[in-house]
Design a protein around this ligand. Structure first.
Ligand SMILES: [Zn+2]
Length: 295
């Protein structure tokens, strides 16, 4: 009876998106791709731990795979797809899109998407830019995304950050109308408004820095307002033992802070809220979504 009551409650809860940037611990800290070979690979164990955790709570997530890793993690990718998770793309080499030209971005995305699809045998329709690097300078990337078959995107962060953000872009999900009568659905990572500013509130370093009670309150408030949350995490955040290397202070602080708290906090998060894939949440919300011209 208790179990049934819990499952009825679970069904009444808002469906949020659980997303994973599937990359090695050294790939999102501005180390050039040419130097990656000298670092220890730890992606298998931490991703498997995350998969076990998601299975325990019957949660299906979206994994944005960095294309560079695909040849080395084929069996892991097949296991992710076989467990019912969505596989999206995180580009090829973790480059800031606004530092690339259009032709290079297109060529790399085409390769990353194609190689991923060859392994998982499913179309890849979801994308997250490395470092959320679709900004005003690289807004042209949206047209290339739809041209290559991407329908769901999670790259535009509605905050002001030294590396990313379009602060005045919508905080809720929205449809961006692009030439050729195509729409791309943008599902930004979730934020909260406080002290006259917009702050990230659902994932990455913020999940480790803020007390869990704060994250929980923010998600509850968004869900009460009818807004689904887009939560994100990296496998290396479940791996406190990964190597410590000297990094610029700003990067080092957020990268290594509170890694030991990730797993216990994930257990609470997955128990407290209902999660699905990015695609699932968007399709569920689509009837109410607003259209927006290119930002
Ligand atoms: Zn990344």
């Amino acid at each position: 009876m208790a179990t049934r009551r819990r499952s009825v409650l679970a069904l009444q809860k808002k469906l949020n998106a659980f997303t994973v940037d599937l990359e090695e611990w050294y790939q999102g800290i501005e180390i050039p791709v040419g130097e990656w070979a000298r670092f220890e690979s730890r992606i298998h164990a931490s991703t498997e731990e995350l998969l076990d955790l998601l299975a325990e709570y019957s949660v299906r997530a979206t994994f944005f795979v960095l294309g560079h890793n695909v040849p080395r993690i084929k069996s892991l990718l097949r296991a992710i797809a076989a467990a019912g998770h969505e596989v999206g793309t995180h580009g090829l080499c973790h480059t800031f899109i606004y530092r690339q030209d259009r032709a290079t971005f297109r060529e790399e995305l085409l390769r990353a998407k194609g190689e991923t699809e060859d392994v998982v045998q499913r179309p890849v329709v979801s994308h997250r830019a490395p470092y959320f690097s679709i900004t005003r300078e690289s807004i042209w990337a949206l047209e290339i995304l739809v041209e290559l078959g991407i329908r769901y995107d999670s790259s535009i962060f509605p905050v002001q950050n030294y590396r990313y953000g379009i602060p005045e872009s919508p905080r809720d999900l929205y449809l961006i109308d692009l030439p050729g009568q195509v729409s791309l659905c943008e599902f930004p990572v979730s934020t909260v408004k406080a002290f006259g500013r917009v702050w990230p509130c659902s994932g990455g370093a913020y999940f480790r820095i803020y007390p869990y009670s704060f994250t929980k309150r923010n998600i509850e408030a968004l869900n009460r307002a009818g807004i689904p949350v887009n939560f994100y995490i990296h496998p290396w955040e479940l791996d406190p033992e990964h190597p410590r290397i000297p990094l610029p202070r700003r990067i080092s602080l957020t990268h290594y802070y509170g890694l030991g708290s990730t797993v216990p906090r994930l257990n609470r998060l997955l128990g407290d809220f209902r999660f699905g894939t990015l695609k699932e949440v968007i399709e569920h919300e689509r009837p109410r979504l607003r259209h927006q011209a290119v930002l």
